[in-house]
Write a new protein. Structure first.
Length: 368
């Protein structure tokens, strides 16, 4: 789907005249024009008129279903042909033909769902002089913990495969973004529009294979192009490691560092060599055990963990996600162990390792 606003040229002018002949006056100073080969989501403001140009690949049933997320089935629509306009409703679009031009009438304001601009007004009201005392006292620094917490809660919703919960948690993440933008706007630094404009510009600039003429063979080439573009954007960065966030969780940071150095050729030639390095680091850790010096043990264990992160990279496994899932699986099994112990009138703290192992195996059989 390609889109621009305004667009359509002569077709829009003819449509306006045809609608006027039917006694319908639309404000066409602002409208949406959609070349409809596919529709994945509604990107336009539904209180604007929207022109839909169909082609032979348009899957009409799917389009009507998606439009139904915002519009009622009886939403007025017009089939347009030159100076002719025929009155229809949204549901009639299923019977449209390739090449036809349809106009979906603006959704009445009373039936329009809130959009991002509406949400920003709510956040601004919370921060107003007569707004919420808690929201008014927040700063970029005080909100740091909430941004992190809400992000992790969104990750939990993803892991749970719960779309409804994910929608809710993404809203909480969006609230944090909006609060930071509002605080910055009050200080005259930037607004939410600057945030949107900056990320949109960056995505277009860093995807020349989508928005430009660059051709790429695969995802690896996309990443190499991405790194070159980033380097041009920030010439002050001398190292490929510049820009790695210092506050990343340790496993994520190790993976990021590993991926970056590989892009400049710092890599083991085979996975077998990585496994050899794992065995080497494990042996060095074991050699430090008799002395037990905390600093040496920490250093050797760190070397082993970092090498295992590289194993994960070679296996195309996200180590953070792998450990998160394993920890979650352990938690479920241990809670089941506790449940079975309680059902048998046993106190977990008083059981020997043999009894615990038996309960553990039974818990694994229950929860997997």
């Amino acid at each position: 789907m390609e889109a621009s606003t305004p667009a359509g040229g002569d077709a829009v002018r003819l449509a306006a005249a045809a609608l006027a002949d039917c006694g319908v006056q639309l404000n066409l100073r602002a409208y949406a024009w959609v070349e409809l080969s596919a529709l994945q989501r509604l990107w336009w403001d539904p209180h604007l008129p929207v022109f839909l140009r169909l082609d032979e690949t348009t899957r009409l049933a799917e389009v009507v279903r998606l439009l139904g997320v915002e519009y009622p089935a009886d939403q007025p629509a017009w089939r347009l042909s030159g100076r002719r306009a025929e009155a229809h409703s949204l549901g009639d679009l299923r019977a449209a033909g390739p090449g036809e031009l349809w106009l979906l009438s603006p959704l009445p304001e009373a039936r329009r769902r809130p959009n991002y601009a509406d949400f920003i007004r709510v956040v601004a009201r919370l921060r107003a002089p007569d707004g919420c005392p808690w929201d008014r006292q927040q700063t970029h620094a005080s909100l740091k913990r909430y941004l992190l917490e809400e992000t992790y809660e969104a990750l939990e919703a993803i892991d749970a495969g719960d779309p409804k919960k994910l929608c809710e948690e993404l809203g909480d993440v969006l609230l944090q973004v909006a609060l930071h933008a509002q605080i910055a706007a009050e200080a005259g630094q930037f607004t939410e529009r600057d945030v949107c404009a900056a990320i949109q510009e960056k995505m277009i600039r860093r995807h020349p294979h989508v928005f430009g003429e660059v051709e790429v063979a695969d995802a690896d080439q996309v990443l190499r192009n991405w790194e070159r573009i980033k380097q041009r954007e920030s010439p002050e960065r001398r190292s490929v490691l510049d820009g790695v966030p210092a506050t990343l969780p340790a496993l994520l940071k190790a993976l990021d560092v590993s991926k970056r150095v590989v892009r400049v050729g710092f890599e083991w030639p085979t996975l077998a060599r990585v496994w050899a390095k794992v065995r080497e680091e494990l042996a060095e850790l074991e050699a430090e055990l008799p002395g037990g010096e905390p600093e040496r043990l920490e250093a050797e264990l760190g070397d082993l963990l970092f090498t295992l992160v590289n194993v994960a990279r070679w296996l195309h496994v996200d180590p953070e996600e792998a450990l998160r899932r394993t920890t979650g699986r352990f938690e479920r099994r241990f809670r089941e162990l506790e449940r079975q112990a309680a059902a048998a009138g046993l106190e977990v703290r008083e059981l020997d390792i043999g009894a615990l192992d038996d309960l553990w195996e039974r818990a694994k059989a229950v929860v997997g």
